[in-house]
Write a protein that binds this ligand. Structure first.
Ligand code: COA
Length: 249
């Protein structure tokens, strides 16, 4: 267990809070493992009817911890990051996210698997995989073009251009933009509204709205294979070292 992820249940909603604000909630293997467990437990019981993701300190997440990439690279799809993604994709429960500040890398791609996403006005959605010598994950290589359209997805995934909240909402990534001061309360109220509805019908509805799960899981495996090889490439090593030595822009 790590104090960098807080898990609590309230009104049938499981709150999963990224709690590493001094590192912009950057995600380590231990944090992924805890999030995977929190999701799996919630799905297997009957007490939790919805899940809410949020970050502490005014940030969602700066994405995968780059030092952890170097020290602890995911070897294959059994690594905690992929266990988290599988739990996310296969969760039968409605998933809600409250996003503010930065949503980098998996901080944006995981939103493709959430059912309701609320963001503060000044949020930045950024997937700089290619700039880091990496490839997309979380099936974002197929889901971003489908959700946002190829032109916007290419700007984000290939050029590495971030979207602001207005652009993300217009592109179909967000359910709503909410003032930062109201974000947590709004997302909590929406998650509780979902959790209060008939649970069986909700699970069926979610499954019907997300067909093609086998393709998504297969894509995550395919991406993981290439991602793992890219992680060890000279171009990725150079990008990580540049970040670690504060050479980033
Ligand atoms: N991995 C490791 N550490 C990270 C991190 C990450 N992904 N994101 C932020 N941090 C750390 C910084 O190293 C810094 O630590 P320090 O105070 O010990 O030096 C701290 O969090 C604050 O980061 P800083 O860059 O000063 O904050 P900022 O508000 O100016 O910028 C970001 C925030 C997220 C835009 C910026 O930190 C960033 O670009 N991070 C890397 C994002 C990334 O490439 N993620 C991988 C995606 S696959």
């Amino acid at each position: 267990m790590t104090e960098h992820v807080l898990v609590s249940d309230d009104n049938r909603v499981r709150h999963i809070t990224l709690n590493r604000p001094d590192k912009r909630n950057a995600l380590t293997a231990a944090m992924y493992a805890q999030m995977a467990q929190a999701l799996t437990e919630a799905a297997s019981g009957t007490d939790v009817h919805a899940v809410l993701f949020q970050g502490s300190g005014g940030f969602f997440t700066g994405g995968n911890d780059i030092g952890d990439f170097l020290a602890n690279p995911p070897a294959d799809d059994k690594a905690p990051v992929f266990q988290f993604l599988y739990a996310l994709v296969t969760s039968p429960l409605p998933l809600v996210a409250a996003v503010e500040g930065q949503a980098v890398g998996i901080g944006t791609t995981m939103l493709l698997h959430c059912d309701l996403v609320y963001a503060a006005p000044d949020t930045r959605f950024h997937v700089p995989f290619v700039d880091l010598g990496l490839v997309p994950e979380a099936a974002s290589s197929i889901l971003m073009p489908r959700t946002l359209g190829h032109a916007t997805a290419a700007r984000m995934l290939m050029l590495g251009e971030p979207l602001n909240s207005e652009e993300a909402k217009a592109a179909g990534l967000l359910s709503g933009i909410v003032p930062a001061a109201d974000l947590a309360a709004t997302a909590k109220a929406k998650a509780e509204a979902l959790a209060a509805k008939p649970a069986n019908a909700m699970r069926h509805t979610k499954a019907l709205m997300r067909p093609g799960q086998a393709e998504v899981l297969e894509t995550i495996r395919k991406e993981a294979d290439i991602f793992g090889r890219c992680l060890r490439s000279p171009e990725a090593m150079a990008a990580f070292q540049a970040f670690m030595s504060k050479g980033r822009k």
